[in-house]
Design a protein around this ligand. Sequence first.
Ligand SMILES: NC(=O)c1ccc[n+]([C@@H]2O[C@H](COP(=O)([O-])OP(=O)(O)OC[C@H]3O[C@@H](n4cnc5c(N)ncnc54)[C@H](O)[C@@H]3O)[C@@H](O)[C@H]2O)c1
Length: 320
Amino acid sequence: MQSIRTALVMGAGTMGHGFAQVLAMKGVNVLLVDRTEELLARARTWIIDNLTYMAELGEIGKETIEPTVARISFTTDLKKAAGDADFVLEAVYEDLDLKKRTFAQLDEYTRSTVPLATNTSSFDINELAAVTGHPERVIGTHWFHPPQITPAVEVIPAAATNRETIDCATEFMKRVGKAPTLCKSAPGFVANRIQFAMAAEAFRIIEEGLATPEEVDRIVKSSFGFRLGAYGPCEICDQAGADIYYGVYEYLHRTLKKEHFAPPPILKKLVDEGRLGLKSQGGFYNYKEGAAEALKRQRDRKLYSRLRLFREETETVEGE
Ligand SMILES: NC(=O)c1ccc[n+]([C@@H]2O[C@H](COP(=O)([O-])OP(=O)(O)OC[C@H]3O[C@@H](n4cnc5c(N)ncnc54)[C@H](O)[C@@H]3O)[C@@H](O)[C@H]2O)c1
């Protein structure tokens, strides 16, 4: 990992400028490439604005802004930048032909052992790996907007990606302060499949006239959205009980007659096996005898700290 001193970020748009900022803040030299000087100047302004606001919020010292920006070289010369790079993060438009052309160029211009990571939101990583002479070094590293703040990165190997590339990309993401998780390459990966399923239901509810956009957002932020930062859906199901979840799915499926509410077979299996969650020492997770009380306390600590933030934010918004 010590060997990644210089990273190439290709595409200085919404995501790419944030990547450059994150990497530079962690001491990595960045070569930020885009098509025109104007686009690069725009990215430089965005990065300075982000860092200045971070300093105003007390997240960083003001004195770190200038050295951070100085670690970023803004250039339109992809060939030269690629030759100097130890790691590549690609963030050009979500256009498959463009990404294929880009990966063919990166394959030609970089040293053959340099990992080539794409931020694609949707494309099969195998398709990008296939246009290179070294598919073993191609990988997805899918960040989330705003990239300079949101912790998650989905690390998505192609079938040909080797272990060295997976480890290198994962360790590099950790080194720059991100929270990487290894995922399989499939449409929507993991996060977007979940996020878009939830958003589709929110939009249907609005279409059906059950709630306004404001009401939907308010309910989500103050209910399960409030908890989601501390507990994922499997942890929440274990706390509520797989039997309860199963019953709700069955009722919604029967009454709303929508296939997406059919109880997932994995839930049926848990119920059949008596693995109902925390109340039966096992569900999606296993629990030691007597763990429930300690977990309840841990849950309360996490949720009270979020409740303080929630109240603070609600008061600020309502007071504005
Ligand atoms: N915006 C998001 O919320 C988000 C979140 C996750 C993933 N992504 C993915 O990240 C990638 C980038 O998205 P974005 O929102 O930053 O797009 P964007 O349109 O803001 O930026 C893309 C940049 O790529 C540059 N570019 C295009 N062709 C180029 C080339 N040949 N050489 C150099 N630069 C080139 C463009 O000039 C532009 O500045 C896409 O694959 C997108 O699906 C976006």
